[in-house]
Write a new protein. Sequence first.
Length: 306
Amino acid sequence: MAQHSLTLVVLAGGLGSRFGGNKQIAEIPTLGRTIMELSIADAVKVGVSQVVIIINQKIRAELEATILPRLPDDLDVVLVEQSIDALPDKFSHLAADRIKPWGTGHALLCAKPYVHNPAIVITADDYYGDTSFEIVAEHFKHSTQWAMVGYPISQTLSDEGGVNRGLCEVDEQQQLTNVIEYLNIERENATLYGDTPQGKRVAMTDDSLGSMSFWGITPDVFNYLESGFFEFLESNDNGVTKEYYLPDQIQAAIQGKHQSVIVYKAQSPWYGVTYKSELEKVSKKLYELYHGRNSSHRPSAIKNEE
């Protein structure tokens, strides 16, 4: 097995219900590339030599036919299917009634056999900006702590409706202490408002940092994910609807004082497609971004195709 100093794990197994279809492999029309490919290009520039992509079986054929041939030949790319029946034997019966994937915590757990070094974990349908990859790559040069890049909430809103975001609470050492999920965040007049987990509508500051699922982890994360998943499956009413979320398990590791997570503020804009109607607007912004960054008008670390 090849040795790697830094890995990129891309979570691309979700179904994207609000978007309507597999948005993880929807191309940016103006670039002829997916958001995932742009992120991989940014990761390669900071030294990533292995990419582990967690997928559902439905997109494998299209991904192998269209996306993989566009990636650099020397990049170690591993496709891992997040299957519903990937369960401990004790719980194999739960797969029969399950429709959706088990969640982001389970998705990352599927990467365990392939990740043996620090890794950056992202979702396939979010564009994080090249500086976020630079920040976490630099972090791992001098630290074994976990890390995350948080984005000002005001920069992650949608014109199409309210958004749900995990707001980060940090201490004086810039370590993450809590992530609280706020729902239906949108601007009302000049102020941001969101619903707390208790359903209370509250104001929030524009520079509050939100977790957009950009994590820096080390292989010991899999120990927490395995034990946590076992506990999740033993809990009540999880066979059909509940999901095993990665942020919850990172939170548990923090609260148990098993790990600490350094929070860095993003230096680049975040672009994401929650609703299909946003694709054109995001496409325009990403095209302009790469126009300015790359004189060839093509993202680096992606093959040219004429």
